[in-house]
Design a protein around this ligand. Structure first.
Ligand SMILES: Nc1c(C(=O)O)ncn1[C@@H]1O[C@H](COP(=O)(O)O)[C@@H](O)[C@H]1O
Length: 162
C-alpha cells in the first residue's frame, strides 16, 4: 500500500530507483521525512488516481515523480491534485532520456509540472527543490538549507588537480 509523507516520491518502475534514490539524499541530510513507492500511469492507473487524489488529504506537501520513456506519470499525477509535482526524467536506453524529458516538460497550459534535469542530478535537485518549497514556511529548515549550501561552497577548491 502506498504511504504518504511530507514529501512523497513516486516512480514508474522499480528500475527507476537507481536514479530516484538520489532524491532521498538531500531529504535525509536535511531531516525531511519522505516515503517512496511505485505508481505508474500505464501499469497501475487506478493506484495513480487513488494516490494523487488523496495526497493533499494525507499530508503530502510536495510530490516528486520520476519516470522514463513515455513518461506520463508526473503530468497525470499533476492533473489529479493541487499538490505541486516535481518531475524527474529518468534516462531511457534508446533515447537517453530525451523522450522522458520532453514527455514531462512539454505539459499543456493549465497543468504545470516543475521539471528537473535528466537523471541523477535531476533527482537530487528534485529533493533540494522540495526542501526549498517546504522552507517557505519553515524557518528552521531554511537555516539547514543555508548550511547545506555553505558546505557545498566550502567544498569547491580553487586549486586544479593536475
Ligand atoms: N514512464 C513510465 C510510466 C508512466 O509514465 O506511468 N510507468 C512506467 N514507466 C517507465 O517505463 C520505464 C521502463 O520500465 P521497466 O524497467 O519496468 O520496463 C521506466 O523508466 C518507467 O518509469
Amino acid at each position: 500500500m502506498m504511504k504518504f509523507a511530507r514529501v512523497t516520491i513516486v516512480m514508474g518502475s522499480q528500475s527507476d530507483w537507481e536514479t530516484m534514490k538520489a532524491a532521498t539524499k538531500p531529504l535525509e541530510e536535511l531531516g525531511i521525512e519522505f516515503e517512496a513507492g511505485i505508481v505508474s500511469a500505464h501499469r497501475t492507473p487506478q493506484r495513480l488516481v487513488e494516490f494523487a487524489s488523496n495526497a493533499h488529504k494525507n499530508g503530502t506537501k510536495v510530490i516528486i515523480a520520476g519516470a522514463g520513456g513515455a513518461a506520463h506519470l508526473p503530468g497525470m499525477i499533476a492533473s489529479e491534485t493541487l499538490v505541486p509535482v516535481i518531475g524527474v526524467p529518468v534516462a531511457s536506453r534508446h533515447l537517453k532520456g530525451m523522450d522522458s524529458l520532453l514527455s514531462i516538460v512539454q505539459m499543456p497550459r493549465g497543468i504545470p509540472v516543475a521539471t528537473m534535469a535528466i537523471g541523477e542530478a535531476g533527482a537530487m535537485n528534485a529533493g533540494l527543490m522540495a526542501a526549498q518549497m517546504l522552507a517557505i514556511e519553515d524557518e528552521a529548515l531554511r537555516q539547514r538549507l543555508q548550511e547545506y549550501r555553505q558546505k557545498q561552497t566550502d567544498n569547491v577548491p580553487f586549486e586544479i588537480v593536475k
